[in-house]
Design a binder for this molecule. Structure first.
Ligand code: ADP
Ligand code: NI
Length: 212
């Protein structure tokens, strides 16, 4: 049975109204990225990749007040309403629980191939023109300045300082320009490298315009 339409509906309901950069458009782009990456992995578990891509932010701390309760509710719905097996649910939640940027800052979490693909798909959505929009949106929502010559970029992100305020331009140096090197799949790394070159061009132009 094809469970994906029901999973897509769940993801759409959950992401409705999000303003933090994790709206349903983000979810759809991640799923589209995952489909593109899958073309290089015909033997990967496509159903697991796509199910997880749609659900990857479902119980994220940025989106729900109580992640434990939201995860429990999702697991229950997947079991009873969608009809997934417990084994399938465990595969999906294992990937979600270990793939996020913040979970991987200090310790690298090993993911199965399906998880590596979803993680690459999510990271690609922080890069390129889309990534520029998302960084500006995030920074503006959090009241961060575009750029401030008195606030140097942090050399190293840690779990403790990741959510501390910075400038939007700093975010490119602190995180976004480093993402391409962390990609799991060669095709993902290639796409990330191209998107990063575009972002570097954008920042270069910005500094030229402001005379820095
Ligand atoms: P995720 O785990 O999905 O990467 P984040 O909240 O860290 O979640 O990122 C969501 C988006 O917001 C990404 O595009 C990311 O680059 C951007 N973002 C995160 N932190 C900052 C920041 N301090 N300044 C600007 N953009 C940010
Ligand atoms: Ni995401």
């Amino acid at each position: 049975m094809d469970h994906l339409p029901a999973i897509i509906d769940l993801a759409r309901q959950q992401a409705a109204g999000d303003q933090s950069g994790h709206d349903f458009a983000h979810i759809q782009r991640v799923a589209a990225n995952a489909r593109q990456l899958l073309t290089a992995y015909p033997d990967a578990d496509q159903d697991l990749v796509l199910s997880t891509a749609y659900l990857h932010d479902y119980y994220d701390e940025k989106l729900v007040a109580n992640t434990t309760a939201a995860k429990a509710a999702l697991v229950q719905t997947l079991r009873t309403a969608v009809g997934l097996t417990q084994e399938r649910i465990d595969q999906i939640t294992f990937i979600i629980d270990h793939m996020s940027f913040s979970k991987n800052i200090e310790t690298h979490q090993h993911l199965p191939l399906a998880g590596q693909i979803v993680q690459d798909a999510d990271r690609l959505d922080a890069l390129g023109a889309v990534g520029i929009f998302r960084a500006i949106r995030y920074g503006a929502t959090h009241g961060n300045p575009d750029y401030d010559p008195h606030i140097p970029p942090r050399q190293e992100l840690t779990a403790a300082n990741y959510r501390q305020p910075s400038t939007i331009v700093n975010h490119f140096y602190e995180k976004l320009f480093k993402l391409a090197a962390t990609m799991n799949t060669p095709i993902g790394r290639q796409m990330a490298t191209e998107r990063t070159a575009f972002m570097k061009q954008f920042i270069k132009e910005y500094f030229q315009e402001i005379g820095k």
